[in-house]
Design a protein around this ligand. Structure first.
Ligand SMILES: O=C(O)[C@H](O)[C@@H](O)[C@H](O)[C@H](O)COP(=O)(O)O
Length: 257
């Protein structure tokens, strides 16, 4: 696992989303130049979707070769495919339906009205198979280049909630989670072992409501009580936060504008 998170603080939520979009764009362009392709794991939540919207509007957007980008999700709400709560639907509206991605390289998690029916465990197992099919030799999960995550006020990330079974999962790469405190209650989520296969994990969060979780995570809280603390990349863990979310942490604030 990477060393302690690097923290970058931006003045406000809008600047955070714009700066993160610019950072992601440059990262993916560099990866494609070096490796011929790139992979990214998207997150749900308002901040994660705001980054995608900013990326859509970037004048440099098509510097990314969208056809050579593998796209995954860190978690999904287990609802019907047309339900606006779906992270995939929100990501498509924000960005993916506006750029020429290769549909075969967009790996969405199953909806509750798909071929697997309303069986969240089957949906989780199916996604684990997708990950394994796209992983390197002997690996169960691709070595994602960049894995984006959001943060809940009580410390959840992806759909790993405090003290939940998913927080204790050390074998499977994908699990169904139920009775989530953040609606909708049933979700599909990557687990810590899967998240930690990513070269870089970027945690993106904004707002005063996240300040306690940010401060606790940066001061050494455990991953079961505060799951975001366990979300580390194999090479790098980057926390991209706004000033309000950093308000209770001893991290340098952005320059006065
Ligand atoms: O599907 C989800 O809900 C997300 O994956 C979840 O982990 C989200 O990122 C956080 O709850 C932050 O959400 P906000 O950015 O909207 O606060």
């Amino acid at each position: 696992m990477s060393p302690s998170p690097e923290v970058v603080v931006h003045a406000d939520a809008e600047l955070l989303a714009a700066a993160t979009a610019a950072r992601l764009l440059t990262k993916l362009v560099d990866l494609q130049a070096a490796n011929g392709s790139a992979s990214v794991v998207l997150t749900g939540g308002g901040t994660g979707i705001a980054v995608l919207e900013q990326l859509r509007h970037s004048p440099a957007r098509d510097a990314i070769d969208w056809a050579r980008l593998d796209i995954y999700w860190g978690d999904e709400r287990f609802v019907p495919s047309a339900d606006g709560e779906r992270n995939e639907l929100q990501a498509r509206e924000a960005l993916l339906d506006h750029v020429p991605v290769d549909p075969a390289r967009v790996h969405a998690m199953a909806p509750s009205d798909g071929v697997l029916g309303d069986d969240a465990d089957a949906a989780a197992a199916a996604y684990a198979e997708v990950l394994a099919a796209n992983a390197g030799p002997g690996a169960a999960v691709p070595a994602f280049d960049v894995l984006l995550l959001g943060l809940g006020g009580e410390g959840h990330t992806a759909s790993i909630f405090p003290e939940s079974p998913a927080a204790y999962e050390n074998e499977r790469s994908v699990v169904a989670v139920r009775d989530c405190p953040k609606p909708p209650p049933t979700r599909i989520s990557l687990t810590f072992p899967a998240i930690r296969q990513a070269a870089e994990v970027w945690l993106i969060t904004a707002g005063e409501a996240k300040a306690d979780a940010v401060a606790l995570a940066l001061s050494g809280a455990g991953e079961v009580q505060l799951p975001v603390a366990g979300a580390r990349g194999s090479q790098r863990t980057l926390w991209l936060v706004d000033k309000a979310a950093a308000g209770k942490s001893s991290v340098p604030s952005p320059p006065r504008v």
